[in-house]
Design a protein around this ligand. Structure first.
Ligand SMILES: [Zn+2]
Length: 309
């Protein structure tokens, strides 16, 4: 059975570190057992992990073109090993620390080049917009997205994440997001994970996303569940991520089954596979779904994944 991954961050910095400086990875793994991590709420835990990745990659000269090509090849190799036929992959819309790129199109060209050798595999790209970043950084990201028709033409959509304290930034860009969506770009939003349903309710009053990242907490609210089912919004769930961050313990609870029983489409995903030390095979196992349920999810994956541009 060919799987579709609908929620996956490329994690280029962490992939580069794994490739070039694997000796630094134990310091990342140590975050999970630290007292600060144990004490923190899910949003705080994710921030601790992000901060550690930033610290570990800050002064590294590892972001070369050769390393980039290698990590793209590794990702494609992981698709083959885990029987994944398609990924909707979240990438950075700006070059970040890959200074040899003149724009992120140079990175997309390397993906294209490598995928040309694998006609049975496909990757659609979503520009990740991390609204925990400062407003001036986000203004630059939106400007470069809107100004580059070449980049927009290669993207299936955007994938938005924020914390509840960033809601004023969501307000700042929601008109732009609605306009992008009206022009044919897909809009995914992380909801029902790191903040309570009051925030999600507000967000959903201002935009109807094409898909929702996670969404597990939304199922606790009847009106939100009805809204998602009525709009046929697919919830892209991530068992290991939820369990490690403390959002939902998938060893105890099964939001995937609950959603299926409510008639809500879902997918199963690795989220940040390197950060959480997982892959699609593990996620399928950790979802604890029956074969017939997994068959339904494979069909949803083919229905809800985005077209390659
Ligand atoms: Zn995510």
């Amino acid at each position: 059975m060919g799987h579709s991954i609908l929620h996956c961050h490329f994690e280029s910095a962490l992939r580069a570190l794994t490739q070039a400086k694997a000796n630094k990875l134990p310091a990342l793994r140590a975050v999970y057992t630290s007292p600060a991590y144990q004490r923190a709420a899910p949003a705080g835990r994710l921030t601790l992990l992000w901060q550690k990745v930033l610290d570990l990659t800050a002064d590294e000269e590892i972001f070369t073109e050769a390393t980039f090509r290698q990590i793209v090849q590794d990702l494609i190799g992981e698709m083959e090993i885990n029987s994944v036929e398609h990924i909707d992959l979240r990438i950075g819309p700006s070059v970040g620390r890959w200074h040899w790129m003149s724009s992120s199109i140079d990175g997309l060209d390397i993906f294209q080049d490598e995928l040309d050798r694998h006609h049975d595999l496909s990757i659609a790209f979503l520009a990740g917009i991390n609204m925990t970043k400062p407003t001036n950084t986000l203004d630059g990201i939106f400007d470069s997205l809107l100004e580059s028709g070449d980049l927009l033409g290669r993207l299936a959509g955007v994938d938005i994440n924020f914390l509840s304290t960033d809601i004023f930034k969501f307000d700042r860009y929601v008109h732009t997001l609605n306009a992008l969506q009206a022009s044919g770009l897909k809009v995914n939003i992380h909801l029902g994970e790191l903040f309570d349903n009051e925030v999600s309710r507000y967000v959903l009053s201002r935009i109807t996303p094409d898909r929702i990242g996670h969404g597990v907490l939304l199922l606790q609210d009847k009106k939100l569940s009805d809204f998602i089912r009525d709009h046929e919004i697919c919830l892209d769930m991530c068992p290991t991520s939820n369990t490690l961050l403390g959002v939902v313990d998938w060893g105890q609870d099964n939001p995937a089954r609950r959603a299926l029983d409510l008639g809500i489409p879902i997918s199963i995903n690795p989220d940040d596979p390197l950060l959480f030390g997982t892959d699609m095979t593990r996620e399928i196992r950790n979802s604890r779904l029956r074969d017939d349920e997994l068959g339904v999810i494979a069909a949803y994956g083919r229905k809800y994944r985005y077209e390659i541009k």
